[in-house]
Structures are given as C-alpha cells and as structure tokens.
Design a protein around this ligand. Sequence first.
Ligand code: DLL
Length: 433
Amino acid sequence: MIYNAEYECMDPEARRKLQLASLKNLAETLYANVPFYRQKMDGMGICSRDVHSLEDIEKLPFTTKDDLRINYPRGLLACPKDRIVEVHMSSGTTGKPVVDEYTQKDINIWREAMARTLSAAGCTRDDIVQNCYGYGLFTGGPGAHYGALTIGAEVLPMSSGNTPRQLMVMQDFGSTMLTCTPSYALYMAEEAVEAGIDLRKLPVCKGCFGAEPWSENMRKEIESRYGMKAYDIYGLTEIIGPGVAFECEAQQGLHINEDLFYPEIIDPETGKTLGDGEKGELVLTTLTKEGTPLLRYRTRDITYLIREPCTCGRTMVRMHRIFGRTDDMLIIRGVNVFPSQIEQALIEIEGTEPQYLIVVNRGENRLDEVELQVEVKKEFFTDETKGLEALRAKIQSVMASKLQISLKVKLVEPKTIERSMGKSKRVIDNRKI
Ligand code: DLL
C-alpha cells in the first residue's frame, strides 16, 4: 500500500526541483545558525548562493560522526532550543553518543516517513502492531510507534525483552504485525518453539525488521518460522531514526524517502561521488529537518543506488540492502572482510544456522587469528563426528576461497551463541585490548 502517492510516486523531475529548493534553504539556514557549518563553509570559500543545481551539493562540506561527537551535546542545533520537543541518541558504544533533536515539524516528518515505511509492508488501520524495538533514547521503538499511530493502527508498545510476555501478548491480543530487530525476531521464534507455540498458526503475518545487518537467509528463516512476509527497513539516529528507507512488496531494494533525505554514494577513500549502481558509502542530507539538520552526513554504510523504475509505482530511488559498514570492516592479515560476507558465504552451506560469531585474536606470532563459531542445525549435531568434521572442513574451504582468509572454524550446538534482545554482536575483536 502506498501511503502518500503524491510524494512517493512524484514525477522525478518535479522532485528534483523540490530537492533543490530544500537544499538551498538548508545551506542558508546552516550557515546562518550553526557556527560549525559556517566555519566549514567559510573555510571552503562557499556559501548557499553557490548552490545552483543538485550537483552543486558536491561543493558543500561533509559531516562525519566525529563532527557530531565534537559538537556533543547541542553544538549542531539549528533552531532556538525552546522549539525542541524530543531528543534521541545512539547507544554510543564508542565515545560520546550522537544526538538527534526534533522540533514538532521534525516529529511530523518522522511520522510521515514511518507511515510510508509501515504502509509499504501492508500496515493499515486494521492492524495490531507489536512493537518490540527498544523504547527510550533509541529511535527504533518511538519511530515505529509514531508510524503505526499515524496510519491509525493499534500499537502494543512492548519494547524489547521479556520474551515469554511478548509471546503471551502476541497470542492473547492477536498481533498482526511485528516490528523488531531481525535477530530478536529469530530469538523469539526459537523461544516460541521451546514453549510449544506454533507462530504460523497466529494472526501475525508481516513484519518490518532493521537496525542491524541481516541477510536473505535470515529473511527466509523469519518468514518460514512465523508464516509472514518480512520487510527490511533502514535508518539511523543522526538522520531521523528508522524511516530513511524501506522495502515495498517488490523487495528489490529499499526506497529512500528522497523528498526528505537526499542520498549520494561516495568512494569512502577519496570522497568522490560515484554513479548509480556503484557500490560505496551512503551519504545523506536531511532536506527538511529543523532541529539538527545535517549536510552530507557520511553514514559509513555501504550500498549502491538503483535508479530504474520499480514495479510498485513508487518513483523514489532505491538502495541495495546494506552490505556492511566501512568501519566494521575487519582487516585480517591485510585482507578486508565484512561480517556480512561471512554470513553470505554461510547461507550456501547446508547444515548451518544463520547464527555465528567471529572472534579475532592476535596470536603469539603476532599474526591475526580468526575463529568463526557457527551454529549447526540440530539434525547435524549427532554423535557422528565424521559428518561434523566434513562440515567444518567445508566451511573452512569456502571461507578461504570466498574471503581469501584462512580461519579456524568451531561448530557449536544449536542455541549456544548468545542471542540479543536488540542489535546482535557478530564480532569480538580482542586485538584492540
Ligand atoms: O538502528 C535506526 C533504526 C531503528 C533502523 C529501527 C531500523 C529500524 P542507530 O542505532 O543510529 O539507528 O543505528 C544506525 O544501524 O548506520 C546501519 O549501520 C545500521 N542499520 C540500520 N538499519 C539497517 C538495516 C537505528 N536495515 C545504523 N540493515 C546504521 C543493515 C542497518 N544495517
């Protein structure tokens, strides 16, 4: 279902005009109101009057996560403080958290973006949305909540955790839609089996999953365990939270809410703009935000843009599902490795579950050593050590040929890798300690 055809199916040329007007306005506001941007633009000898076309965005400065941290907590505010009505922050596992401050207009933009997102997955006012993204400073819970309310659906604001209660509510209230991280969806499904609950017999038939990388394999697993259709949704605190991009029923990439967020793809090394279809770092500009608007924010997420028209009728550009991040990229003995590549390689190996953990150590010889722990399907975990040994050797040789690294594979029993209620942790890099 298309929530707002006027904008989602807009003539691309008309949209470009709108984007240009918003961009000029943004450059002007940031120059006038945010000293950080004024200094940057002065340093580059550029001002808003130099923006004549959308391509001129390349003349404007980038914003990085470090810029946000340096300006913590309120250095990037672009409007008077009393206009702020809500604040969110990232979890900030390293250093200071990044902050997003919303005016009422920003909240309305978020509601719109998330209403489009949930509608594309089939959400209507008849739905009961069990929202198990975390509530609080994290944007997941509130974002999905606002979207569901805007559509007029009923929301169960569960937040994450307390899985027995989640399953009880799902059965008793007949939730029809699930919103949470893909890893938590799988965790809940496993707990349901344990509790003797057949999720496929429940009304839950669709879900929007995101906030962490996941694969087609995980999608299939969620879809078959719940008997549902699973959609990928993408966003980040800095830009608005969830609601930046979402899958439609065609599931051939995620539509970016382009009238609100302007995407570019750059080469992360050189900063040069790349063309459609070329894989690189996603850079986003918030076109209409008031509280903490950002110019050319370097997301560190790797994807490419798909400009061809989509069968769903939306004209908004699509991005490929996120391949990984420039910064979770592991360098193993000089070879660049993304955890998502390892996951992708595992999909093709019969007998493994999409649950894995990468442990990186620096060996006595000072060389990197990687241990890949992989969960094996129950039926494989028999006493027949020969079968297991063959599987282990197979994984090892697939990884060596696909990733050009040799790693030690450790097969573990089903459900031994720690499950997370929020974002799952796929890498333990002991080299930094
Ligand atoms: O995770 C916002 C969100 C909430 C998105 C709920 C979707 C659903 P942050 O905590 O700031 O915000 O983390 C943002 O998570 O830069 C990506 O690296 C990653 N990420 C988010 N969605 C996806 C996705 C939220 N669908 C960071 N696929 C982003 C892969 C994702 N990675």
